[in-house]
Design a binder for this molecule. Structure first.
Ligand code: GLV
Ligand code: MN
Length: 202
């Protein structure tokens, strides 16, 4: 989904771990004469997120390998994440405005699903070695349906897919969306909105 590259590579000179890009497309290039093999290498997904998943209220941990973490991806139109799920854990409902997502299960099993613009829910229990694809922009999740920890690698056709977390974007926005707007939109009374805000406003 990203623009086509116009040179072999353009290792990001500096992202400071931030997705706040100063130029389009992507980040300014480091001089080619300064580029080394390590610029095309990323070890961030080698670390297990299983302990973090077990501690998180959602039972999940996502380690990002987008351009902010892996500067060599700049202008290449791809990125990768690691998703660890404790038993019963969920990577909660979210969407990526700039990329399709390929979910490849490495360990365990998980229900992976998305909802299309027609409102159809497509889902599948995906097991070790199997894959499922989430079309760009669709709201989706992964839910561990097994008794053991589960792990997936997710791959995107963007260096910076972006994440819109469904619940936090609505109930945790800063400044907050007025209760009246949420209450009318969801057709529930204000108490329910206040309860939801209490979960997602930090
Ligand atoms: C999983 O849905 C991910 O975005 O890595
Ligand atoms: Mn995703």
């Amino acid at each position: 989904a990203d623009p086509e590259p116009v040179q072999d590579f353009c290792v990001a000179a500096a992202t400071n771990g931030s997705a706040d890009h100063p130029s389009y497309p992507g980040f300014p290039c480091k001089p080619a004469s300064a580029v080394v093999s390590d610029d095309f290498f990323f070890a961030g997904l080698a670390r297990s997120g299983a302990a973090d998943a077990a501690e998180s209220p959602f039972g999940s941990s996502v380690t990002s390998g987008n351009v902010a973490a892996f500067p060599g991806l700049n202008t290449l139109g791809v990125s990768i994440n690691r998703v660890d799920l404790a038993p019963g854990g969920v990577n909660p409902l979210h969407s990526h405005p700039r990329a399709a997502e390929l979910v490849h299960v490495v360990t365990g099993q998980m229900l992976v699903g998305f909802v299309s613009t027609a409102g159809t829910f497509y889902s599948k229990v995906v097991r070790e070695g199997e894959s499922f694809v989430i079309p760009r922009g669709m709201v989706h999740f992964q839910f561990n349906t097994g008794k053991e920890a589960a792990r997936a690698v997710t791959v995107f056709n963007s260096q910076l897919p972006g994440v819109v977390l469904a619940a936090p974007s609505l109930f945790g926005a800063d400044p907050e969306i007025p209760d009246a707007v949420l209450s009318k939109s969801f057709q529930v009374d204000g108490e329910i909105i206040k309860l939801l805000k209490s979960k997602f406003r930090t």
